[in-house]
Design a protein around this ligand. Sequence first.
Ligand SMILES: C[S@@+](CC[C@H](N)C(=O)[O-])C[C@H]1O[C@@H](n2cnc3c(N)ncnc32)[C@H](O)[C@@H]1O
Length: 268
Amino acid sequence: MNNGDSVVRAQDSGHAAGHDYVKGSPHLRHRRLREDIEGRLTGLVHDAISRTGACRVLEIGAGHGTFTDVLVAAGATVTVTEASEASADHLRRSYAGDDRVSVFHDETGEFVLDQDETWDLAVMISVVHHIPEYLKFFHRLQDLIAPDGAIFSVQDPLFYPRRSRASHLASRGTYFAWRLGQGNYARGVATRIRRLRGVYDETVESDLVEYHVVRQGVDEEAIRDLLSERFHVEVFTYWSTQGPVWQRLLERSALRSDFGIQATNHRP
Ligand SMILES: C[S@@+](CC[C@H](N)C(=O)[O-])C[C@H]1O[C@@H](n2cnc3c(N)ncnc32)[C@H](O)[C@@H]1O
């Protein structure tokens, strides 16, 4: 089994039945972050509808469908993929009888890339950091986008080697302050010791599920360079942390921790 397979299997077990997507997710918990994402998604769907009369969306890694609802409300039809079987089942139940949404359990995490279909918009929200070879993934994803279509991705950690020391310290400090209130301390301490030693354990689920969060972050400039050959690309950066107080205090500061990519006007 290669590393990619074990990471996809970890998505399945790490997002099993009853998984709480909201708990550790700043973009779901904090109003301003969530509204920004919702506004961008709605704008992208409306753009496609005003161009072609419809908007076919591919949403990769939809979790429990928080943003699928937004896409549908904006007027899109959505194909949803999930590497977690439990989450795919949850989505199938949520959208049973709704022909605007079709759900696929993507066991390999790359089955979708082999499809002949094209979409007007591909969406990945808090997903790219779970994909070990994300540049290859984006490279292949481009071929699934219709002419003039778009790719939108958000809520991934900025590439650590380029981040300022202040932003690293603020991220770590605010994460620990939040983590202290969450219990399960034995696991937290074991994880911290491994991180301090710079060790990634390919048998430990959290190291595999949060693949790039525990390694180097995600290289936003490499993604921009790749997509710029065929899209107009905007990279936007912002502050994101779990605890609501730290989020409110720091979201208007100059600190940056996460990024999104809005790639539009596809020229195949
Ligand atoms: C952090 S959750 C985000 C869920 C949802 N997008 C949200 O923002 O609420 C990441 C999700 O992506 C899924 N995932 C990770 N890699 C995937 C892949 N290659 N294909 C499909 N789903 C994937 C995981 O199973 C998990 O449900």
